[in-house]
Design a binder for this molecule. Structure first.
Ligand SMILES: [Fe+2]
Length: 202
């Protein structure tokens, strides 16, 4: 794959999501429409640059693809090495998770009467093209893992803020929380703005 293939796909998604946010929709409307926009983006697996699709043997990677100039939203590629998983964590902002390649399992958690965390329903398996939502309103605590022990999986996440800088938490099974700021795995963003390389139709 070339260095930066089909940059118009991500550019179009960013443009449409910014337009949606300009309308200041309520969260349910935002998640509903945003879900459709993200489903369109992950319907094709031909646009993520290779350097932002690289797994790390130690730890899952989160590469920033774009951050809105007002930090209203960020777009991240999550790259899972074989068998890798997150700790139990929250987000504190709305989020959309679109599966691009491979598959992942997301287990939601809810607080029980003793303040501990218990799994909420069965784990959801996301296949390429599918999109899931999280938010403090609809359920914000989960643990995500690569569904495959022998291959890389990649999902594209969109959050209602600059997620790498959001002060949030990871949780132990007893429900105790530890402060968490994720940061990002990359120091440079993909250049999706060089329109001179594209045909006028795009
Ligand atoms: Fe998450």
């Amino acid at each position: 794959m070339s260095q930066n293939p089909r940059p118009e796909r991500l550019r179009r998604f960013i443009d449409r999501l910014a337009g949606l946010l300009d309308q200041q929709p309520d969260e349910a409307t935002l998640l509903d429409h945003g879900q459709r926009l993200l489903a369109e983006l992950v319907a094709h697996d031909d646009w993520l640059p290779d350097d932002l699709a690289q797994p790390d043997p130690q730890r899952y990677q989160q590469y920033l693809l774009h951050c809105d100039s007002r930090q209203r939203f960020s777009v991240v590629s999550f790259v899972w090495g074989p068998g890798q998983q997150t700790p139990i964590h929250d987000h504190r902002v709305w989020g959309l998770i679109g599966m691009l390649r491979g598959a992942e399992l997301a287990q939601g958690f809810a607080r029980d009467a003793n303040g501990g965390l218990t799994p909420e329903g069965p784990a959801v398996r996301l296949a390429p093209g599918q999109v899931e939502a999280v938010s403090p309103r609809i359920g914000d605590i989960h643990q995500v893992s690569n569904a495959f022990a022998d291959q890389v999986s990649i999902s594209i996440h969109v959050y209602g803020g600059n997620i790498g800088a959001v002060k949030r938490a990871v949780y132990a099974a007893d429900g105790s929380e530890k402060p968490f700021i994720s940061g990002y795995s990359n120091t440079r963003l993909p250049n999706i703005w060089d329109l001179s390389k594209e045909s006028p139709a795009q």
